[in-house]
Design a binder for this molecule. Structure first.
Ligand code: PHB
Length: 406
């Protein structure tokens, strides 16, 4: 085990005369006679490390996740299993090169109890390496890269969002039903784009479609001129894509400006149209997407979530806000099962594995490889909103290929 990651076993901690919960406060020294001790110390504060993008193309996504997470904790009076919460924020800039140092800072210097992060799949890969060494609890509130919950899966890592292939595997059938048999695929060149394509290929080709060209743009470039020129020249029946955040807005606007919107229908993983419809004007109208959420889901649960979120944060919740909220719900369930005692690792992970989350997206359960098992909705943009037009896949579970947790 690396230096700096040393953790006391429960027996060691008990031998030193402090409870695991109170360990960080260190109020009772070894050998202290309990009868003379002051009243029991309050449990140490529970440290939540928020490793999220607060700048760059994914800045709004990071903010929405934080808001959602805070809302779930606020519902319990700002506490987790009775413990006060300390929030430690870190802007990861969606920059994989800085990700290892950033994750180590949270673990070694700030000594967080959990890392909640992140959005960008490349940064997530680096977090995964750090928490593999330290054993720190890790909740992924967005990034969908397959490897972290397939081959590289870990008992201390749980995802509350989706895997990249979940929305795209469900897209193909809907496209074929709309006579889009020859499609161009386009995305950013990084792990999230590659895994979205994997899902798209699986669903679309199986449904009878053929991908005439796979195009890539470097992340986070928003110069789409070359790929749009190629699409115009190839004249496919449709284009399918993965883009998100600020880059998604620019892509849809450039697609419209290039005169393609009415000629070649655009489809996407639903992130394309999430949290951005206030900025896209007509460019997003009519686009069909697949996702595990729409803020228009008609359930009471979603209505309550939307009401409280929009009153508290003065903005409409989107898929990212919902995922942040569900991260808070999962953490609450886990910690309540061990009365806030994170030393009870096995019980904590067991409770998180058994969790059924009463989410604004609809109820979901944790799959064997620690991904949500969830419905994928078919949506279309109408009057600046993601209208639901059906369920594209019911209770979809990622394959978890190569993961030996089960
Ligand atoms: C990712 O990098 O995994 C990612 C980023 C933004 C999204 C979805 C996935 O909207």
């Amino acid at each position: 085990m690396r230096k700096g990651f040393e953790k006391l076993s429960r027996r060691q901690v008990l031998a030193r005369g402090v409870s695991v919960v109170g360990a960080a406060s260190g109020v009772l020294g070894a050998g202290h006679v309990l009868a003379q001790a002051a009243p029991a110390a309050a449990p140490a504060r529970f440290k939540v490390g928020l490793m999220l993008p607060y700048s760059g193309t994914y800045a709004k996504l990071g903010e929405a996740i934080e808001n959602g997470m805070r809302m779930a904790v606020a519902e319990k009076g700002g506490r987790l299993a009775g413990r006060e919460v300390e929030w430690i924020k870190l802007d990861d800039e969606s920059e994989p090169k800085k990700a290892d140092a950033n994750a180590r800072r949270l673990v070694q210097q700030d000594k967080v109890d959990v890392i909640v992060g992140t959005v960008h799949s490349g940064v997530q890969m680096a977090i995964q390496k750090v928490v593999a060494e330290s054993g720190t609890l890790s909740i992924i509130p967005n990034a969908g890269v397959h490897a972290v919950t397939r081959n590289a899966c870990l008992p201390n890592v749980f995802r509350t969002s989706f895997t990249m292939g979940q929305p795209t595997v469900a897209l193909g059938q809907a496209m074929i039903e709309r006579k889009a048999r020859r499609a161009v695929w386009v995305t950013w060149d990084y792990p999230a784009g590659a895994d979205s394509l994997e899902g798209f290929r699986e669903g679309y080709v199986k449904a009878g479609g053929s991908i005439v060209k796979e195009l890539k743009v470097p992340f986070p470039s928003t110069d789409f001129s070359a790929v749009l020129a190629e699409i115009a020249q190839l004249k496919p029946d449709a284009v399918a894509c993965f883009f998100a955040g600020g880059g998604a807005v620019k892509f849809m606007q450039d697609y419209e400006k290039a005169g393609l919107r009415h000629r070649i229908p655009l489809y996407g993983s639903g992130f394309l149209t999430e949290g951005v419809l206030g900025d896209t004007g007509t460019a997003a109208e009519g686009i069909l997407t697949t996702l595990h959420y729409s803020n228009l889901l008609p359930s009471v649960r979603n209505g309550e979530f939307r009401y409280t979120y929009s009153r508290t944060f003065r903005s409409e919740p989107d898929v990212y806000a919902m995922q942040g909220y569900d991260s808070g719900l999962l953490l609450r369930q886990g910690l309540e099962a061990v009365q806030g005692d994170t030393g009870k690792r096995e019980q904590l992970y067991g409770a998180m594995e058994a969790a059924v989350i009463d989410s604004p997206r609809g109820q979901w359960r944790m799959g064997k490889a620690h991904n949500p098992v969830q419905d994928i909705y078919l949506r279309t943009v109408a009057n600046g909103e993601n209208r639901i037009i059906g369920v594209a896949a019911k209770a979809l579970e990622d394959s978890g290929a190569g993961c030996k947790l089960a």
